[in-house]
Write a protein that binds this ligand. Structure first.
Ligand SMILES: C[S@@+](CC[C@H](N)C(=O)[O-])C[C@H]1O[C@@H](n2cnc3c(N)ncnc32)[C@H](O)[C@@H]1O
Length: 277
């Protein structure tokens, strides 16, 4: 790949999504963007780069989407979901007893395993949650992933990663060679296209935000801006979950780790609505 092509493509992807592509990722650009070039009837990456230089917006959208990494699994890392069930949900139910409404944001939801892990957990609480309303808003920059998530169709490999067999049997039906999630569980999640570089104010306030395994792809400045934006959308007792390789330390002054709960963050000066189990 020509250096000037790598430069325009990586610069454009970074501007549009925050994703940083270092020079050693040029092989990744080539393998991911050749199908995009073919889809647009282009000869190769030189022609594709020329069109990006000329600001072909449709093509730029496809280029950006192709460079996202969409790896996800049900109940990823387990711990956040165990905490959600044992300390967060009971804590919020006390704190929101008057409103009986809890709002959750799965920011960068990929193919839906994260929001669906939450909706299955909530469903499992059964009668305890009668009269409560849960808004689970799941967003991503990739329309392909949003559409996959909405369909709720997963391969055998995907359902074998992290999903307990009891939940597979209870909430999924075989559909051809795939497994499809129960429409009632799917309808608990509202999917929307949303770019984390934009202001999230239109999405409303959230008691819990899962922003996991996406900040790792951004530079420090972008991580800080995204986290500061999330802080503005949380009440003082709200909670934020990051991925295992992510932190707020040295990136933003708005959040601090919740002592004793790895991966969970609270607003500085706030007091998270948790009960200690
Ligand atoms: C590795 S997946 C993480 C999925 C899930 N949160 C998890 O932890 O399993 C990262 C997701 O971030 C999305 N993404 C990347 N840049 C984004 C941006 N600027 N705004 C919104 N989503 C973005 C990608 O499309 C991808 O689906």
């Amino acid at each position: 790949m020509r250096v000037e092509d790598f430069d325009i493509l990586s610069k454009t992807v970074r501007e549009r999504s925050g994703l940083v592509l270092s020079k050693d990722k040029s092989y990744l650009l080539e393998t991911r963007l050749m199908p995009v070039a073919r889809k647009h009837g282009l000869q190769g990456l030189e022609e594709l780069s020329d069109r990006v230089r000329k600001r072909d917006e449709g093509l730029i959208g496809d280029v950006t989407e192709a460079m996202t990494t969409n790896e996800s699994l049900f109940f990823r890392d387990n711990k956040p979901f165990d905490q959600f069930k044992s300390v967060v949900l009971p804590g919020l139910m006390q704190a929101r007893a008057a409103q009986k409404r809890i709002r959750i944001w799965s920011a960068a939801c990929s193919s839906g395993q994260e929001p669906y892990s939450l909706s299955m957990l909530i469903k499992e609480e059964g009668a305890k949650l009668a009269g409560w309303s849960f808004d689970i808003i799941a967003t991503d920059i990739s329309m392909e992933m949003i559409n996959k998530a909405k369909a709720g169709l997963y391969t055998q490999f995907e359902v074998q990663r992290g999903l307990p067999i009891t939940l597979l049997i209870k909430y999924f039906k075989q559909n051809g060679d795939k497994w499809q999630l129960d429409p009632a569980v799917r309808s608990m999640v509202q999917y929307k296209y949303f770019n984390l570089l934009e202001s999230a104010r239109t999405l409303g306030q959230f008691d819990i935000v899962f922003c996991r395994n996406v900040l790792i792809y951004f530079d420090q400045e972008t991580k800080g801006k995204v986290l500061d934006g999330i802080a503005e959308m949380m009440p003082p007792d709200g909670m934020l979950y990051l991925g295992g390789a992510e932190t707020v330390l040295g990136i933003t002054e708005k959040f601090a780790p919740v002592p004793g709960h790895r991966g969970m963050y609270q607003l500085k000066g706030g007091s998270p609505a948790i009960v200690e189990g």
